[in-house]
Design a protein around this ligand. Sequence first.
Ligand code: PMM
Length: 294
Amino acid sequence: MSTPTVAAPLGDTGPSATSTRRCQVMGIVNVTPDSFSDGGRFLDVDAAVAHGLDLVRQGADLVDVGGESTRPGAVRVSEGEELRRVLPVVEALSDAGVRVSVDTMRAGVAAAAVAAGADLVNDVSGGLADPAMLPFLAEADVTCVLMHWRAHSQVMQQHAHYGSVVEEVRSELGRRCEAALSAGVREERIVIDPGLGFAKTSEHSWSLMAALPRLISLGFPLLVGASRKRFLAECVDYGGLDGARPEDRDDVSAAVATLAAATGAWGVRVHSVAVAAAASRTVSRLRADTGSAH
Ligand code: PMM
């Protein structure tokens, strides 16, 4: 198997990263039986690794490997099972030269994945689920995504209550960044994420999408994970589709990824990589021409 070449995405993740860098495309590999978007397709290690390599060929800058579904209502898996799912995939992709991110809320899984070659830890709980996570991130000096999160998947939708969703998500994310900084995580190691669909109704997710500049104004690079999420279904009413199936939301996901890139997001987390990579390159090309600083 030839080693894919991957653009180094993590060299500059500080606040300035939002201005001139090409929007990073994070391809998703869920090694789970039950993720809403692709559950069961990549449970087998070889299938997961082959899919990760394929995403890189399509233009992914990094590949996000997860072993625990976070779909609404999902029951947690044990740490042993999560490790069994993700470690061989992280290791094989890293060995092939792929920039890997590990999607986990557990410090133990994050530590094992980083030891196996992962470059980034994507914690959907923003360090809230495991008190050992922020100290680990500081100690390992690893880049991390801190996502907006209020509760585990089984109960998260009970927490989808906001006065102003944009201001509350912004201030809760700001507090997670402060907690990470107090734990010793370096500022340039932090990426934030609004957590679309996590403890949020469709209305909340759309409001956040409409307010990306307000989130970017926190001063950290912003990752947007809208791909195939339920809230996109309402824009799918063409070609005989109604958006009920996650994979039928790919065109709208691509539109949203383009908007996120154009708005100055640091990265987009997507299932369908090729269109997002095209969007990222198009936005970057237009910026080079206009010389605009977003
Ligand atoms: N969404 C999911 C899983 N991990 N990580 C980040 N940083 N942001 C997200 O929006 C996010 C995530 C759930 O989607 P999936 O089941 O398709 O992976």
